[in-house]
Design a protein around this ligand. Structure first.
Ligand code: NAD
Length: 384
């Protein structure tokens, strides 16, 4: 019998289950490039259900309880008195989503001598201290590709929201007023702009593909250059580093994983080198920026807009500078947790758990750390 602590975001303020807006979700059979969607032996939820909150329990309550395992589900995750820290000392497995991360710091891992599996229901396992996981022989896995397209759609939406000045214009519509000039004075077309992505992995490539029909000039940088035929197909210009990319674009969308190489990448110096009036959309990780430098660049006009859905910490305090900085179109961390995405990452989480309990190999694309080293996707993502 194993003990699993699952840290999920709180239920909707109006209670659970919600009134769903639609009767179901679309069925996705495969991911771009031919990767297959999750293949658990079965699922105990209806695709389209809200699974990522405490009552949803990722649709896994029956799975754990039928097998006689102990499952604790909580949203209380921060501070030494949190339920998460109280349950950690005898936990074998911790599951959380990046939207409401159970930060597994070195100190917390030291308090969890039984911990063997840290599972991310979603993508991005930087909330786990990966070096300590390596030392301790903890397997870290995530559901690669489960929400990549969800995030790419959000990034494209936020690029358009910023460039077209959507949020202030929407506010005029809902507040009962009607000042066209006020809406138009910061609104531009995206067509013809230089648009770049930092990292052309699964999400970054999907963003490039989605932006191509807007007749923009596409750019990218990545520590691994794309094959020439893909560059030609996307008509995208490669830059050897972030510095040269940001100087060549009007809009930059960030899709690099968070690790030593990308931490605090958007600092005052890099921001100062960008074209005046640039836009940044960051759906990767907030710690890839210096938050105060972003707010200052918006105030000075170096940046015309900043959007994204990632913050640090999560949830951010009420006085986080990004809540009130000018010309932002931020959302909470939601891009990868659409109901469509939840069905996929809940199924993928179950697939990983089925393999784990059966002693079968977890798909390499789901592995971040295994057997004391970066493995699978982790080996490609979290090092140059
Ligand atoms: P991926 O593994 O498919 O791609 C990562 C890419 O980054 C690879 O091409 C790699 O070569 C490149 N890279 C690594 N280090 C780099 C560096 N220093 N400079 C430039 N490129 C570098 O990952 P993905 O699925 O596209 O996800 C990317 C990131 O997006 C994740 O690590 C995660 O942090 C974030 N994410 C956010 C959400 C959300 O809800 N906002 C959801 C999923 C993923």
């Amino acid at each position: 019998m194993a003990k699993c602590v699952m840290v999920l975001y709180p239920d909707p303020v109006d209670g659970y289950p919600p009134q769903y807006a639609r009767d179901g979700i679309q069925v996705i059979h495969s991911y771009p490039g031919g990767s297959t969607v999750p293949t658990p032996s079965q699922i105990d939820f209806t695709p389209g259900d809200l699974l990522g909150c405490v009552s949803g329990a990722l649709g896994l309550r029956k799975f754990f309880e039928d097998a006689g395992h102990e499952l604790v589900v909580t949203s209380d995750k921060d501070g030494p008195d949190s339920e998460f820290e109280r349950e950690l000392p005898d936990a074998d497995i911790v599951i959380s989503q990046p939207f409401w991360p159970a930060y597994l710091t070195a100190e917390r891992i030291a308090k969890a001598p039984n911990l063997k599996l840290a599972l991310t229901a979603g993508i991005g396992s930087d909330h786990v201290d990966l070096d300590v996981a390596k030392e301790r022989g903890i397997t870290v896995a995530e559901v690669t590709y489960s929400n990549s397209i969800s995030v790419a759609e959000h990034a494209v939406m936020q690029i358009l929201a910023l460039v077209r000045n959507f949020v202030p214009s929407h506010r005029w519509a809902t507040d009962g007023g009607w000042n066209i000039a006020d809406c138009a004075q910061r609104a531009y077309d995206l067509e013809g702009m230089d648009v770049g992505v930092i990292a052309a992995g699964r999400i970054g490539r999907a963003v490039l593909r989605r932006l191509a029909p807007f007749d923009v000039n596409l750019h990218y940088t990545d520590s691994r250059r794309l094959p020439p035929e893909v560059e030609a197909e996307l008509n995208v210009t490669f830059h050897p580093d972030v510095q040269s990319l940001v100087q060549a674009v009007d809009v930059v969308s960030v899709h690099s994983p968070l690790y030593a190489d990308t931490r605090a990448m958007f600092d005052e110096k890099l921001l100062a080198s960008m074209r005046r009036g640039s836009y940044i959309v960051n759906t990767a990780r907030a710690e890839e920026t210096v938050p105060e430098a972003i707010a200052a660049a918006l105030r000075s006009g170096r940046l015309a807009g900043y959007a994204g859905d990632v913050w640090f910490p999560q949830p951010p305090p009420a006085d986080h500078p990004w809540r009130t900085m000018p010309n932002n179109a931020m959302t909470p961390h939601v891009s990868g947790t659409t109901l469509s995405a939840q069905a996929r990452y809940a199924a993928g989480t179950r697939e990983i758990l089925e393999c784990w309990f059966a002693g079968k190999a977890i798909r390499p694309e789901y592995l971040i750390v295994d057997a004391g080293q970066l493995a699978g996707t982790g080996a490609l993502s979290y090092q140059k």
